[in-house]
Design a protein around this ligand. Structure first.
Ligand code: SF4
Length: 397
């Protein structure tokens, strides 16, 4: 999002965007410090572009999550996420960054029209370094969110995404709430079906009545709510306390009232002190609630976080054994699974969701195709096998 906006800003200030790094005057590297692997990728990218004559500007999360690592390889210009106005010192001759309207395209592709309702996060998850980079909560006024979402009709996108760094915390800083925002957005009038990203379970439960009401009116196409673990003890250690029984009931009821709603989640495997039994609780939660789509991440201790300092870190080999066991259980229960080589992150999707995606009218059914299937050819092959046999169990990646 920031990079798309930055592109517009640079052009309005008279700069051309070029793909060829050899001829660039400036190279802006945006960095993700979510887990150690993404930091490593960002640092490799910075090392790679250092050979060009262009001035390099590093922005994104890494200046906040891994400053020492960054300093060890780079001494050039750094602009933190929370001080983007510093771009004006270099480029803002005609237009200031704050005056550029938000761009609604998402990095995932042009099919998604994003309304970012807030930035920043007020939580304190014990494993998270991202919150240092995203800073304090800043919510847009409700009227602005409403006027932005109306622009979807003029776009070429086919999905509305409502997001924020912690979307459920929307409004805490301006006397509003996510529950009332959902009711205010003109979803029903416009026949929108929205994807709600990054909805912490505690906010899903707090504003459940509004969310259930929206689901009953079929205005929600997808909700991504990261459980991170099925064990209440582990969730407490993560400082993400939520009543898992209540959450389970909520997930099941949402699917019942709106069967086409896709529920997504994230699970961390091998959090400090996690036992085999607690891993089984995570697996059970996913299978019992028939989560449609999700990510599994191996716990990666980020320097400076509370979780990284915890004693009883889980052995790396055990983490791998556990994630492989989780994958086996998913496959045995009709999920497609794809493991990303570099980050070892796993994406999973219910086979039925994946296979119905092309044929159903609801664009959110296509989500797994956008994310799991590596290429169009792979999608076509899967679909063909499914059409001919109704079974793709032998083709699971
Ligand atoms: S909700 Fe937790 S994990 Fe997400 S950004 Fe906030 S502190 Fe980090």
């Amino acid at each position: 999002m920031d990079m798309a906006k930055l592109g517009v800003y640079l052009q309005l200030n008279g700069y051309n965007l070029v793909r060829d790094e050899m001829i660039a005057d400036y190279i802006v590297v945006t960095s993700c410090g979510f887990i150690n692997e993404t930091t490593k990728m960002a640092l490799e990218q910075i090392e790679r572009v250092k050979k060009y004559s262009a001035k390099i500007i590093v922005t994104g999360c890494v200046p906040d999550t891994d400053i020492e690592k960054l300093k060890s390889i780079f001494s050039g210009i750094v602009i933190r996420n929370t001080e983007l106005e510093k771009f004006d010192d270099i480029f803002g001759k005609f237009h200031k960054l704050k005056d550029i309207p938000d761009v609604h395209d998402m990095a995932w592709g042009s099919k998604y029209f994003c309304v970012e309702v807030s930035r920043g996060c007020p939580e304190n998850c014990s494993y998270c370094a991202t919150r240092w980079a995203v800073g304090k909560l800043h919510s847009k006024p409700v009227e602005k969110c409403v006027s932005e979402i109306k622009l979807f009709n003029e776009s070429n996108a086919d999905k509305v995404v409502i997001n924020g760094d912690n979307v459920g915390a929307y409004g805490l800083d301006i006397g509003e709430s996510f529950g009332s925002l959902i009711q205010e957005l003109p979803l029903v009038e416009n026949g929108y079906s929205a994807l709600i990203d990054s909805l912490h379970p505690k906010w899903l439960l707090k504003y459940y009545d509004s969310i259930l009401d929206a689901a009953q009116k079929n205005t929600l196409g997808m909700i991504v709510s990261a459980i991170q673990s099925g064990s209440e003890r582990i969730i407490k250690l993560m400082r993400r306390k939520a009543d898992m029984n209540q959450l389970k009931k909520a997930f099941l009821e949402l699917k019942k009232v709106s069967p086409q709603l896709i529920l997504g989640t994230e699970v961390i495997i091998g959090f400090p002190t996690e036992t085999d039994t607690e891993l089984e609780e995570s697996i059970k939660f996913v299978l019992d609630t028939k989560i449609d789509w999700g990510h599994l991440f191996i716990f990666s201790p980020k320097d400076g976080t509370e979780a990284a300092a915890m004693e009883e870190q889980v052995d790396e080999n055990i983490k791998i054994k556990r994630i492989n066991h989780f994958i086996e259980q998913l496959k045995a229960n009709d999920y497609l699974v794809h493991k990303e080589e570099k980050s070892q992150a796993v994406i999973f999707c219910r086979k039925e969701v994946c296979m119905k995606s092309r044929e159903a009218d609801n664009v959110f059914w296509k989500h797994c195709f956008d994310t799991i299937c590596p290429n169009e050819q792979g999608q076509e092959e899967l679909l063909e096998i499914y059409r001919n046999t109704g079974d793709i169990s032998n083709t699971i990646r």
